[in-house]
Design a binder for this molecule. Structure first.
Ligand code: NAD
Length: 432
């Protein structure tokens, strides 16, 4: 545990957790929050570390490390994804869970923040190995998961299949069916039509509202989208359908650039037929009329919007200075480091922060949970209509506050989000 000697406040060696803590302290100080409230919210309420032994296909046994963190349940059950990646640690999950608390609060939905994951490289695991790992992980976090306690969802390198394995295991342990314990399920298995596109649709809704506020014509806008996974691909598709020219997309294989605009429909078709492993689906896409450039160079391309939708820390002190775009829509969680944020602020770049721009996923999850509790399915149209209305409204609230107080979008979003949580913590008292 790292405590800053000067302030007595918690810090971390983990980039995501430390960024989340620093952003929180800075907003909390501006709000003149009491030190007691700051201390309460700088720690998670609960963190469970589990070992996940898996019998591999070659008969050997590997033990993976898994985590589930509940940062706050002040507003309701904790909510947040489960990711499978090599950089997953307990502290990373703590930082991401904290971000979920602010995201749910800002979105105006009745959830606290949670996060979990397993430290592993799923791209080198077989389907059966992933199944055994997901089921054991599910069994080990089962005591703290539930529709009224903690509701996980997919995150990086997990999807409907992993949710089914985890839910099926826990339901078998419980002896009854519980569809609202997880979201992001396949549509035919208590999922919600619209959820797959929800995060990208939400990001696009923010971009459309910004264009309305600034009087920008979508057909004159050029955008670059880093990360062509779930968030980035649908954000690119929806923006492109409204006339925005997508000049570059990227994945772990590199960036693909066409100043005249990439055919996003073709990119989807290519990705869906390319046998490249998950996350490497664009390999070879330069054959479709694009120039292939090194992945990081997407940041310095000539465009108006930059959408980092891949991993954390993409905009950092080494890359932020190269950015040409005037607007950043953070699809990924924590793609901008605090040092980069200062550089971007100096350049006059408007950053629409992650917990506002990518909240479409959790809002969509909330709609799925609500439908599961009711045992009633909405139409996709109804789902999308509600999602876009709520995202647009949330964007406008933050935008108006930022304009009125001459503040950044991130600071304004933090203040609104923290206020809703701290008001309830004060009402409920410290013995939560
Ligand atoms: P995904 O696994 O579907 O896609 C990730 C994409 O990013 C892949 O195309 C991968 O190749 C690419 N990528 C990874 N590292 C890269 C790099 N260094 N440079 C370029 N591309 C890189 O994941 P996703 O669900 O789209 O999530 C992306 C980000 O958005 C994560 O930070 C996640 O936490 C966040 N997020 C996702 C959701 C959601 O609903 N899926 C919701 C909120 C936030």
């Amino acid at each position: 545990m790292m405590i800053d000697e000067a302030t007595g406040r918690r810090r971390s060696n983990n980039l995501i957790l430390d960024t989340a803590l620093r952003d929180f302290y800075s907003a909390a100080d501006e709000m003149h929050l009491s030190e007691g409230l700051i201390q309460i919210l700088s720690y998670p309420e609960r963190r469970v570390d589990v070992s996940v032994p898996v019998e591999m296909d070659d008969g050997t046994v590997k033990v993976f490390q898994g985590f589930r963190v509940q940062h706050s349940t002040a507003l309701g059950p904790s909510k947040g994804g489960i990711r499978y990646a090599m950089d997953v640690t307990g502290q990373e999950c703590e930082g991401l869970a904290m971000l979920m608390t602010w995201k749910c609060s800002l979105a105006g939905i009745p959830y606290g923040g949670g996060k979990g994951g397993i430290c592993c490289d799923p791209t080198y695991m077989s389907h059966k190995e992933k199944e055994r790992m997901s089921r054991t992980f599910g069994a080990r976090i089962a005591p703290i998961i539930g529709r009224w306690s903690d509701v996980p969802a997919p995150d990086m390198y997990t999807g409907g299949q992993e949710m089914v394995w985890i839910m099926d295991t826990i339901c078998k342990m419980l002896g009854h069916f519980e569809p609202a314990m997880l979201t992001g399920k396949p549509i035919d298995y208590w999922g919600a039509p619209g959820r797959t596109e929800a995060t990208g649709r939400g990001l696009a809704a923010c971009a459309f509202e910004l264009m309305r506020q600034k009087g920008l014509d979508p057909t004159k806008i050029k955008a670059a989208v880093q990360g062509f996974g779930n968030v980035g691909s649908y954000a690119a598709k929806i923006l492109n359908e409204a006339g925005v020219k997508i000049v570059a997309i990227s994945d772990t294989t590199g960036a693909y650039y066409n100043p005249n605009g990439i055919d996003i429909k073709k990119a989807f078709e290519y990705m869906n037929t390319n046998p490249g492993k998950r996350g490497r689906k664009l390999t070879g896409f330069e054959k479709e009329g694009c120039e292939k450039i090194p992945g990081d160079e997407i940041i310095g391309l000539d465009c108006d919007f930059f959408c980092p939708c891949a991993a954390q820390g993409a905009l950092n002190e080494n890359t932020a200075g190269k950015l040409k775009a005037k607007y950043v829509f953070e699809g990924a969680n924590s793609p901008t480091t605090p040092e980069a944020e200062l550089i971007l602020n100096d350049k006059g770049v408007i950053v629409v922060p992650d917990f506002l721009a990518n909240a479409g996923g959790v809002i969509g999850s909330y709609y799925e949970w609500a439908q599961n509790l009711q045992g009633f399915t909405w139409t996709e149209e109804e789902y999308n209509k509600r999602l876009v209305a709520l995202m647009t409204d949330n964007f406008r609230r933050v935008w108006d506050y930022a304009q009125e107080h001459n503040s950044t979008m991130r600071r304004s979003a933090y203040i609104a989000a923290i206020k809703r949580v701290t008001d309830i913590v004060e009402l409920r008292g410290v013995y939560l």
